[in-house]
Write a protein that binds this ligand. Structure first.
Ligand SMILES: Cc1cc2nc3c(=O)[nH]c(=O)nc-3n(C[C@H](O)[C@H](O)[C@H](O)COP(=O)(O)OP(=O)(O)OC[C@H]3O[C@@H](n4cnc5c(N)ncnc54)[C@H](O)[C@@H]3O)c2cc1C
Length: 390
């Protein structure tokens, strides 16, 4: 099987690594990225004593035009995916960022209203390693994954070419046309094309054309919920499928979960090549199942993000101090705070309820397992029946 990944951001690179880990070596994986990182061309010594923090040298950073994005948090669920991918990569990501062990909630006047641990310890088995949220620059996370991929699989992991068109051919394969920095065009062919090319995805255009309901909101840099993510050998993952409001704090972590799920699905289906149907039919099962598994989780996170974003509103002084009081009460005695909430009008308590809900949110976020979901989706019989009937 030949696979092409369009886009070498966090999603594309982690997908490359995951596919190399779970697919037999006979499968070929090519990754196209339109932007060559220019930071490595900046001259001058590295002053950081830590190799993985070298990119945080401010002189080097300001001399580069290659930096995209600000900071982000990789939640325990995202860190767990990285650990599953490679313990070494997981540790490098921690080394280049820093652990954000607690979220501190502050009022507009600077008062500390509450402190919440980011650890997933409460939902893990006793002998299981707990993760905390790792704060990182988007660039630092991306470059750490890129360096790891290059060290593991060689400098040629990324082909620096911009994908210009993606088209199905009559033969059943998919043609990907790309250009290099000098404008030289080239055509490549694959059984599966993975769109990890972000909000302005070329692969999404190949799937949906100019259909208005499938266009992203460029100003907000988020995607509208798409009716599906895959069809006939094309599949979208990461921001190309579901760029989220930053309020969710889950963009990178969900992208990592997409990569893991897709690779597990393909790995399971292609593990015994004597047992699978034609490649195209088997690919179709994997990419269909990816949407079935991932879409409900993404939907829930997006909806929760919308609710929380809606709560960040200006309120009057009295309401503000009521809110501070309840948050304070809630942190000291959750039961009492919960009870007191029922005694007050909704407008005063909406924001506070958002805080209560966070506990459950973490439970949901941190206990989800791609491996369990893939096992359920590929319970004996189900996948093979589909493979024969497609
Ligand atoms: C302001 C902001 C704050 C955020 N905060 C958080 C946070 O706190 N926590 C969190 O987890 N996430 C956060 N995110 C989201 C996170 O950065 C992304 O979800 C994550 O980086 C996954 O992105 P991606 O790789 O799918 O897409 P991108 O990062 O957009 O990467 C796409 C890649 O594809 C390449 N590409 C595009 N078109 C082509 C083409 N035609 N041919 C070849 N290559 C192409 C691009 O150059 C790029 O390298 C935030 C995002 C923003 C904008």
């Amino acid at each position: 099987m030949k696979i092409i990944i369009c886009g070498g951001g966090i999603t594309g690179l982690s997908t490359y690594l995951y596919l190399r880990k779970h697919l037999p070596g006979t499968n070929r994986v090519t990754l196209y990225e339109s932007h060559r990182p220019r930071i490595d061309n900046v001259e001058g010594p590295l002053t950081s004593p830590y190799p993985h923090q070298a990119i945080l040298n401010l002189d080097r950073l300001s001399a580069s035009t290659a930096l995209v994005g600000g900071r982000l948090g990789i939640s325990p669920n995202g860190m767990r995916v990285l650990r599953d991918l490679s313990g070494d990569l997981h540790d490098r990501v921690i080394a280049q960022g820093f652990p954000a062990e607690k979220f501190v909630f502050k009022g507009a006047n600077g008062w500390t209203l509450g402190v919440q641990s980011t650890s997933d310890k409460a939902v893990r088995a006793q002998n299981d390693h707990a993760e905390v949220c790792i704060a990182s620059s988007r660039h630092g996370l991306w470059q750490t994954i890129l360096r790891y991929a290059q060290e593991t699989y060689g400098g040629g992991v990324v082909r620096y070419r911009k994908v210009v068109t993606v088209e199905r051919m009559q033969s059943g394969g998919i043609e990907v046309r790309s250009i290099d920095e000098n404008g030289n065009e080239e055509a490549d062919e694959a059984d599966l094309v993975i769109g990890a090319d972000g909000v302005k995805s070329v692969v999404r255009k190949a799937l949906f054309g100019d259909e208005p309901r499938c266009q992203p909101s460029y100003t907000l840099r988020i995607n509208r919920e798409l009716p599906h993510w895959a069809n006939k050998g094309l599949v979208l993952i990461g921001d190309a499928a579901h760029a989220m409001d930053p309020t969710t704090g889950q963009g990178a972590s969900q992208a990592l979960e997409d990569s893991q799920t897709l690779a597990l699905l393909l790995g399971e289906l292609f593990k015994d090549s004597r047992d699978v149907g034609p490649v195209a039919a088997t690919v179709e099962i994997a990419i269909e199942q990816l949407h079935q598994i991932r879409a409900p989780r993404i939907h829930a996170i997006v909806q929760r993000g919308k609710k929380l974003a809606g709560r960040k509103v200006n309120i009057g002084v009295i309401a503000e101090y009521f809110m501070y009081f309840f948050l304070w009460l809630l942190n000291r005695s959750p039961t009492l705070g919960n009870h007191a909430l029922t005694q007050f009008p909704r407008c005063y308590t909406n924001f506070v309820k958002g805080k209560i809900v966070l506990g459950d949110v973490n439970q949901e976020l941190y206990t989800w397992s791609a491996a369990d979901e893939v096992k359920k989706a590929q319970a004996p019989g189900v996948a093979k029946i589909c493979a024969r009937s497609t």
